[in-house]
Design a protein around this ligand. Structure first.
Ligand SMILES: Nc1nc2c(c(=O)[nH]1)N[C@H]1C(S)=C(S)[C@@H](COP(=O)(O)OP(=O)(O)OC[C@H]3O[C@@H](n4cnc5c(=O)[nH]c(N)nc54)[C@H](O)[C@@H]3O)O[C@H]1N2
Ligand SMILES: Nc1nc2c(c(=O)[nH]1)N[C@H]1C(S)=C(S)[C@@H](COP(=O)(O)OP(=O)(O)OC[C@H]3O[C@@H](n4cnc5c(=O)[nH]c(N)nc54)[C@H](O)[C@@H]3O)O[C@H]1N2
Ligand SMILES: [Mo]
Length: 553
């Protein structure tokens, strides 16, 4: 994330889950199916609503389960969130509900921002989002007057070509209301994978070393070159979504895939299969034979979470120990051991080696030792060690030294970059919208019972008993138009592919929209999705493309 969003660190929650449910007076959940996809936090939020009377506003085109607990459910047309957020801010400014003191003391760029918001009066916003004007006023009043207010979001607003803009606009909203750096407020992305935050913290991004140290900064390059015993490239690398098309452009020759199943999870599966087919060399480090396996030249058997030790860092920047519970089968080894082995061999064979690494580089004997190295090189993890995590189970980074208590709430008193910057954000329409040939909108995501490509959950008998095939949500009005009465199977086609699956006729989706998951290879949403990307974050626009739906016998 760039620009203002960068001032919120790596995109972790600024506040903790416990803080939000204990201290917020109101909450906005925008683009997250929190009950099904974040069940622990989802439960905490429901309890806060029931026990403390927290006012909850949910903005989601679908009538997801959490809407039953909402004071207000806003149902925007997909992809119109900027209009919605700007429209709410228009009303807040019109009513004088903005936090004038916070704006004056903690922010800059307000005047230009204010002028930009004038383009979003309620009537216009209502027409384009299809949210009634009264509901816009009701929502603005709750969010502005029931303070502190916490914003939570997930993939429903980030998996768009305007993903970064959506997040920056929510930061505008929270600065406008002075909800940053306070208990019960904040900008809070609900990150998805158990350790996606940790992976980013460890430098699993194209432009940073661990702890978000810039790859282009010479001091950082030198530090890591010395520690790792290799010369460091100063250039920003590629994102996954650039590496794949990069194969056909001659920019990618080898893929080393560790725990991903791109045939199932990347957009436009037909295109991904073509790219993998053309790739000179694919190395796959996996725990199961996946849909990507047929394209692999070399398979390295890794082990699952239960078979290894280390740490996970969750969405609220909390670092937790994981302990090996069962032995690994066969020749499978822990992922870090395989990576370290490869690194040693690359170093000893290549021209990248530099002199004098402090220890025999990459010769780790345990993950505790890896963490010690990280702490020595990374200010935000400087006070973290496995020994400390044994007893301190509530440690949130930054942890500046061994005595530092950690940082549950970010930006108290000041932002990382000094003042928070308001950024005018204008509405941009989606890359592909329904038309005559493909008249319906496809929205995609997950269900409670399965995990992404389903490689793990489809092997779990109990889950398969409950949910054993892909189901596509279709609104009853559309079902009638399609002649689905009685028949339940549908074919869904886009410009990129086609799937056939069972329809679930339900008003969870509005008329004109179908919702599909990507848990089953025989009917994965990604056969249909478009590979348009957000220009900054390079995240695919998984949440919107145009499809045609037909009834089958
Ligand atoms: N059971 C289960 N839990 C999971 C996962 C899993 O696979 N299975 N995956 C994990 C991962 S990695 C992630 S990233 C998270 C994802 O967590 P979420 O983002 O909460 O889940 P999604 O299913 O992607 O659904 C996002 C919601 O956004 C809505 N939406 C779609 N388009 C729009 C729009 O234009 N505007 C708005 N306002 N809303 C929109 C959808 O209707 C949907 O309800 O879940 C995590 N948790
Ligand atoms: N249409 C559509 N597509 C989407 C999304 C969407 O909302 N809609 N969401 C996107 C999002 S947010 C995400 S996060 C991605 C997820 O996409 P992926 O990361 O590709 O999916 P996963 O199923 O989580 O994991 C991939 C593989 O990791 C393996 N694995 C599990 N544990 C380990 C381990 O410890 N070591 C190793 N080496 N392998 C392991 C599993 O067997 C599995 O095959 O999907 C994306 N794709
Ligand atoms: Mo995710």
């Amino acid at each position: 994330m760039a620009g203002l969003a960068a001032s919120y660190g790596s995109g972790a929650m600024t506040n903790t889950m416990q803080d939000v449910v204990s201290n917020a007076k109101s909450m906005l959940i925008i683009g997250s199916n929190t009950t099904e996809q974040h069940p622990v936090f989802g439960t905490m939020i429901r309890q806060a609503v029931l026990k403390r009377g927290v006012k909850l506003i949910v903005a989601d085109p679908r009538k997801i389960d959490i809407t039953e607990f909402a004071t207000l459910h806003l149902r925007p047309k997909s992809g119109t969130d900027i209009l919605l957020i700007n429209g709410l801010m228009y009303i807040i400014l019109e009513k004088g509900w903005e936090d004038k003191e916070f704006i004056a003391n903690r922010t800059e760029g307000f005047d230009e921002f204010r002028a930009s918001i004038e383009q979003y009066p309620p009537q216009k916003v209502s027409e384009l989002t299809r949210i009634p004007v009264e509901k816009l006023y009701e929502a603005a009043e709750i969010l502005a007057t029931q303070k502190p207010m916490a914003v939570m979001w997930a993939m429903g607003i980030t998996q768009h070509i305007v993903g970064v803009r959506n997040v920056m606009d929510l930061a505008n909203l929270q600065m406008l209301l002075g909800n940053i750096g306070v208990p019960g407020g904040g900008v809070n992305p609900l990150r998805g994978q158990n350790n996606v935050q940790g992976a980013c913290d460890m430098g699993g991004l194209p432009n940073v070393y661990p702890g978000y140290q810039n790859v282009a900064a010479e001091a950082a390059q030198e530090k890591f070159a010395t520690a790792w015993g290799a010369s460091m490239s100063p250039t920003v690398g590629m994102t996954v979504t650039e590496m794949m098309p990069g194969i056909q452009e001659g920019k990618t020759r080898l893929l080393y895939i560790v725990g991903e199943d791109p045939v199932m999870s990347d957009p436009n599966s037909n295109h991904i299969r073509e790219c993998l087919e053309e790739c000179e060399m694919v190395i796959l480090q996996e725990i199961f034979p996946t849909e990507t396996l047929p394209y692999a030249d070399i398979v390295l058997p890794g082990v699952s979470f239960a078979e290894k030790s280390g740490t996970f860092t969750n969405t609220e920047r909390r670092i937790q120990l994981v302990r090996k519970a069962i032995p690994a089968p066969g020749e499978a080894r822990e992922d870090w051991q395989i990576v370290a082995d490869l690194a040693r061999r690359v170093l000893s064979s290549g021209d990248r080696q530099v002199a004098a690494a402090p220890h025999s580089a990459w010769d780790y004997t345990s993950t505790a030792q890896v963490m010690d190295e990280l702490a020595a090189l990374t200010p935000s993890y400087a006070g973290v060690s496995h020994a400390r995590l044994e007893t301190d189970t509530g440690l949130h980074w930054p942890v500046k030294d061994a005595q530092h208590p950690g940082t549950p709430i970010l930006h108290v008193g000041q932002f990382t970059r000094g003042k928070g910057k308001f950024t005018p954000i204008d509405y941009v329409p989606p890359a592909e919208l329904p038309d005559d040939a493909y008249p319906m909108l496809l929205n995609t995501g997950r269900v409670l019972y399965h995990w992404h490509g389903g490689e793990m959950t489809r092997r779990t008998q109990g889950l398969m008993k409950i949910y054993d095939e892909a189901k596509i949500e279709v609104n009853p009005e559309d079902a009638e138009k399609l002649g689905l009465n009685g028949k339940r199977r549908v074919r869904v086609s886009s410009r990129r592919g086609s799937i056939e699956a069972e329809a679930w006729i339900t008003d969870r989706v509005p008329p004109g929209m179908v919702f599909s998951n990507f848990h089953f290879p025989e009917a994965s949403a990604n056969e249909l999705t478009i590979d348009a990307l957000d220009p900054v974050a390079k995240i695919p626009a998984y949440k919107i493309c145009a499809v045609r739906v037909e009834a089958l016998n």
